[in-house]
Design a protein around this ligand. Structure first.
Ligand code: GLC
Length: 649
């Protein structure tokens, strides 16, 4: 809708700036196209704020500056990406998350490791938080004390620019985090607030006494009940309470203050202009707080994200957004945008539900709970995508809904208890070796830590020298990876998993980490171990070469781009998850046996969607299969999977 006042205002600002875009009119086009959305989203949040009007001017100036500061090479890349339309849905993208220090020492060394990713087939790197963060209260870099300075332990901005430049020339992509919800208590804003500066106290949620904090606590869950119970921390220096939803050293930013929004948007553009292709917005479900609620997933959090998206589209359009929202399936879906903003909020979200459900299926050998969730997961709008993964630097939460468990006729509470016991190694006969994270004695809730390999049984199998168990563990690892690579979305491996790293217990000796067992699955890479990749048949070699082959298969098949072309097949067997992906005349069937038993499905599974192929080529085993009669069975070995392409009719 044409808003005269708004456009007059923008016109005045543009006039006072000399020639923002030179001959490039695309900036003006994008600006005009999004201005009225930017205006209305902003006013939805801040029209009642005394500084709302004044800060709106700063917002527009921040957008203009974001564009002006964008290096020419990145503007060219923006054009290339926009010519591709939805560049990020491509089957050619495959990512890995890693800590530079634990992976290769520092940012500079990464340049010499890029061939490792090329060999594996990874072209998208998520570098875990790199910005300044106090060493002993860092939460793995998620407590940022300076959003513009790289932590000295990792290198400098210049090092990052150099690596990004090399990566870009090689056609690789970069993902970094913006920690939007909070700062470290050692951030300049927090220091000033602590010293009594009211302007900066308003950047956080400060309270004179416990009255309001107590009221908030009634409805706010605890995120780290063991290491950081409660949601508020007393600040001795100013005699006030401050909101700290995560750790006591992570102070929640107050987004009801428009200055906070604009300053953080400026940081977002700073990251965009470093060459970030995908910005991981940390914990956006928490960014708006309201008394009497859980302070998660509030409508205003969505408005803020939409506003960010609109601004990014104008100034730095080649940067896509990933919302790190690890919430129940129906809540997650809203982060892709709804109504007028469908596919206009986050471009990506983590498919955390599917990730956890894979583990559920692996523990039970039964895919019914996973299948019960799919009607929700398939609602994702076209033009958006999932990050698919088997695990990340965080714990595995069992946050899917109870009714999904009940559809398998299990009691939800007991089922979750079983899963926790199974993966923490407390269930008799369980091959897994993980640990419970953030156990909450009040609710009995807990999440799970452990590497992919240890949770799949490799650690125990190697410790006991059990060759049979080793074979099964490797099969499970590859099946879990295959499942996450082929269900639609961009695979994001977690470093170390590609060569079967088991839990690393060295964190227990570090007082800055020992209170947080997520460090057990964040290994320090021993590059000598890489020699094991050359020993044919070693677990490392089997896992690495299997993972590489899976990525190659994915890379060759355009139908694996995330075009919303997946249909789950009717369950023929509770142990087997099966889907079809299609694209015009091509079809790929994925079949995964999650159990430790042979599983049988009738050949009808390949016919139920019509136009059955006569032959199938399994890309994984590189074997042809003739499709049999309906009453005959196709047999899947324990933890085996098939990636079958219909080759003719
Ligand atoms: C996100 C991060 C997690 C961190 C938390 C607080 O969930 O992934 O590692 O602890 O945010 O910043």
């Amino acid at each position: 809708m044409y808003d005269h006042q708004l456009y007059q205002f923008i016109n005045r600002l543009l006039k006072s700036e000399t020639d923002i875009a030179g001959v490039d009119n695309s900036f003006y086009i994008r600006f005009l196209a999004n201005a009225s959305n930017i205006g209305s989203l902003y006013h939805e949040l801040y029209s009642g704020h005394p500084k709302g009007k004044e800060v709106f001017g700063q917002l527009i100036q921040t957008i203009i500056r974001g564009y002006k500061d964008r290096p020419a090479v990145l503007k060219e890349r923006d054009d290339e990406k926009s010519a591709e339309e939805h560049w990020f849905l491509s089957n050619h993208l495959a990512g890995m998350s890693l800590y530079v220090d634990r992976f290769c020492g520092n940012i500079s060394n990464l340049a010499s490791r890029l061939d490792y990713f090329e060999k594996l087939g990874v072209n998208f790197l998520h570098l875990m938080p790199l910005f300044a963060s106090p060493e002993n209260e860092s939460d793995g870099g998620y407590a940022v004390s300076n959003f513009r300075k790289i932590d000295e332990r990792f290198g400098s901005l210049e090092d990052l620019r150099l690596v990004q430049d090399i990566m870009r020339k090689k056609g690789m992509y970069l993902m970094l985090d913006i920690v939007l919800n909070h700062t470290s208590r050692q951030h300049e804003w927090a220091e000033k607030a602590r010293a009594g500066d009211v302007h900066y106290q308003d950047y956080f949620y400060f309270f004179e006494d416990r009255r309001l904090p107590d009221e908030y606590d009634l409805t706010m869950p605890e995120i780290f009940p063991e290491s950081a119970p409660g949601n508020f921390t007393y600040v001795e220096a100013c005699g006030k309470w401050v909101m700290t939803v995560f750790h006591s050293y992570q102070w929640d930013l107050n987004y009801t203050n428009p200055n906070v929004f604009v300053d953080m948007l400026d940081n977002i553009f700073f990251y965009a202009n470093l060459g970030v292709d995908l910005l991981r917005i940390d914990a956006p479900a928490f960014i708006w707080k309201q008394l009497g609620t859980t302070c998660q997933n509030l409508p205003q959090a969505h408005t803020l994200l939409r506003l960010i998206k609109q601004c990014v589209q104008v100034a730095t359009p080649g940067m896509a957004l990933l919302g790190e929202v690890i919430v129940a399936p129906k809540e997650i879906m809203k982060y892709f945008g709804t109504g007028h903003y469908t596919a206009q909020e986050c471009d990506f979200a983590y498919n955390a539900t599917q990730m956890a459900l894979q583990w559920d299926a692996l523990a039970t050998g039964d895919v019914r709970v996973m299948m019960a969730a799919q009607h929700e997961m398939l609602k994702k709008p076209v033009g958006t995508s999932w990050i698919t993964y088997t695990r990340s630097h965080d714990d595995i939460g069992l946050g899917y809904e109870d009714y999904m468990i009940e559809q398998a006729y299990w009691n939800a509470y007991e089922h979750r208890s079983f899963l926790k016991n199974y993966f923490s190694g407390n269930y008799p006969g369980s091959p897994a070796k993980g640990a419970l994270f953030s156990f909450n004695p009040k609710t009995g809730d807990a999440r799970i830590s452990g590497t992919l390999a240890s949770l799949c049984g490799l650690e125990k199998a190697l410790d006991t020298g059990d060759a049979g168990a080793t074979v099964l563990a490797i099969r499970k690892i590859l099946m879990m990876q295959a499942h996450s690579f082929f269900i639609g979305g961009m695979p994001m491996l977690f470093y170390g998993d590609e060569m079967g790293y088991t839990n690393d217990y060295s964190y227990l000796e570090d007082p800055g980490k020992s209170y947080d067992n997520r460090w057990m699955h964040r290994p320090v890479i021993q590059w000598e171990k890489l020699k094991r990749l050359d020993i044919k048949g070693s677990p490392e070699e089997q896992i690495f070469s299997g993972t590489r082959r899976l990525l190659q298969i994915r890379n060759q098949m355009p139908l694996l781009a995330d075009l919303g072309n997946l249909t789950w097949l009717t369950p023929h067997n509770i142990h087997v998850a099966s889907f079809i992906r299609f694209n015009r005349d091509k079809k790929l069937y994925g079949l995964f046996n999650f159990s430790d038993q042979k599983a049988f499905v009738t050949w009808y599974i390949f016919k139920e969607r019509g136009f059955p192929p006569r032959r199938l080529f399994d890309h994984w085993q590189e074997q042809y299969h003739e499709v049999g009669e309906d009453h005959e069975y196709f047999i899947l070995e324990p933890y085996s999977f098939f990636l079958m392409e219909g080759v003719d009719r």
